[in-house]
Design a binder for this molecule. Structure first.
Ligand SMILES: C[S@@+](CC[C@H](N)C(=O)[O-])C[C@H]1O[C@@H](n2cnc3c(N)ncnc32)[C@H](O)[C@@H]1O
Length: 405
């Protein structure tokens, strides 16, 4: 059964960490972060330990407060948080053009909320890749309860080194997960490798918008709070993410900051100045109750020592996220563009070769060697073919799925 009761929250804190070691895991986790003297290089070098500690400590809070899907969503007026989350998942599936029978990979799948929803919505088989053992055990139980164990499974592995052969999947998506990667190009390259040529990778990514000023102390503080409260080694800019996709070999046929024209702000559920019956546990009063409950359960020894500190850094994250979303010109984006969405097909072989030859030619030109004029002409023809085929792909997707873009 879905573990959303107070006792489940308390006993789940620490995930697979021994209960008597939770307190020291909180210490070690906090020390990775700027707010506690840590730095980006150490977080990146130890990303696996840092991110796993974070999800061992935080997963039961996520499940209690947010549900089975651990992501935000743009939202319409009158829509509940849960409805918006499901719609956001369906939208991704439609954009990828998922068809019954396809073999799909969910990169960084959490406890499998999106995976179950998308598998049922599209009649596909989905493998959830996750490096956190506790989340996989929760996801496996939830798959069994939902009756999707036949079509969906989990693999415990790092998305920087995937245990799959080249060209395995008919579609790949990642929802607010690759932000944990220490190196975006490395992660996207792995996705590219295991995706079949001509198929699609789509994702919702966490990014900083152009409004982020690295020299502004208040911006820096907000960024550090978001990193601490969300287990992030760093937060990349939108441009860095899009460049990384291209460097990994993808063509980007659609990219959009979904936060910009969302009628209800993505960060609203975390905003304590707002009240909601349907998201009561996230309101100021709901959070006060949770905090008191966690403190009490820790005091009587039901929740492990350190639970209250986890609750505190998650609260800090919520404050940072609201601040990041709020302190920017309306409708222009935050210094954190919460909901960057992109759709990136892996080019077929000929297209990939052409892209490579274009890169080679650019390298030849910069190194001072004269390019062969015939080779240039050949490349131009190939490039035109490539552009036509990518545009055709984009048009096909747009006319079928993206009429609201
Ligand atoms: C914010 S959660 C999102 C989960 C899921 N996509 C969802 O929306 O419910 C990020 C997920 O990425 C996973 N993750 C982080 N780093 C990873 C890595 N190096 N390899 C595999 N999974 C990773 C975490 O364990 C977690 O499940």
């Amino acid at each position: 059964m879905s573990k959303s009761g107070a006792l489940d929250l308390a006993t789940g804190v620490g995930g697979k960490i021994n209960k008597e070691d939770v307190q020291s895991a909180v210490d070690q986790y906090e020390k990775y972060h700027v707010c506690y003297g840590g730095d980006e290089e150490t977080r990146k070098a130890n990303y696996s330990d840092m991110v796993n500690k974070y999800y061992d400590l935080a997963t039961s809070f996520y499940e209690f407060g947010w549900g089975e899907s651990f992501h935000f969503a743009p939202r319409w007026k009158g829509e509940s948080l849960r409805e918006s989350i499901k719609r956001h998942e369906h939208f991704l599936a439609l954009q990828m053009g998922l068809k019954p029978g396809m073999k799909v990979l969910d990169v960084g799948c959490g406890i499998g909320g999106p995976l179950r929803e998308i598998a049922r919505f599209s009649s596909t088989s989905i493998t959830g890749l996750n490096n956190n053992e506790y989340q996989i055990s929760r996801g496996t139980e939830l798959n069994r309860i939902a009756g999707v164990s036949e079509s969906c499974n989990f693999v415990k592995a790092d998305f920087m080194k995937m245990p799959f052969s080249d060209n395995t999947f008919d579609g790949i998506y990642a929802i607010e997960a690759t932000c944990h990667a220490p190196d975006a190009v490395g992660c996207y390259k792995e996705i590219y490798r295991v995706l079949k040529p001509g198929q699609c990778f789509a994702a919702y990514e966490w990014c900083m918008t152009d409004h982020f000023d690295p020299n502004n102390e208040s911006h820096k503080k907000t960024k550090a709070e978001i990193e601490l409260g969300n287990g992030l080694p760093d937060i990349r800019s939108t441009r860095e993410c899009l460049d990384a996709l291209k460097l990994a070999g993808f063509e980007v046929v659609r990219e959009k900051d979904l936060a910009v024209d969302s009628p209800v702000s993505w960060y609203l559920p975390l905003d304590t100045s707002k009240f909601s019956i349907t998201s009561f546990r996230l309101t100021a009063f709901g959070r006060l109750i949770t905090r008191t409950m966690v403190k009490t359960l820790e005091f009587v020894g039901i929740a492990p020592a350190g639970s209250n500190r986890v609750s505190s850094f998650l609260e800090k994250a919520a404050e940072g996220l609201v601040e990041g979303g709020r302190c920017v010109p309306p409708r222009v984006g935050g210094h954190r563009s919460e909901l960057l969405q992109f759709l990136a097909p892996r080019p077929r072989l000929r297209e990939a070769t052409t892209a490579a030859s274009r890169r080679l030619r650019a390298e030849k030109n910069t190194s001072g060697h004269l390019a062969d004029p015939d080779a240039d002409k050949l490349d131009e023809v190939k490039e035109e073919e490539e552009a036509r085929s990518v545009l055709c792909f984009a048009d096909q997707r747009k006319s079928t799925f993206c009429s609201n873009s």
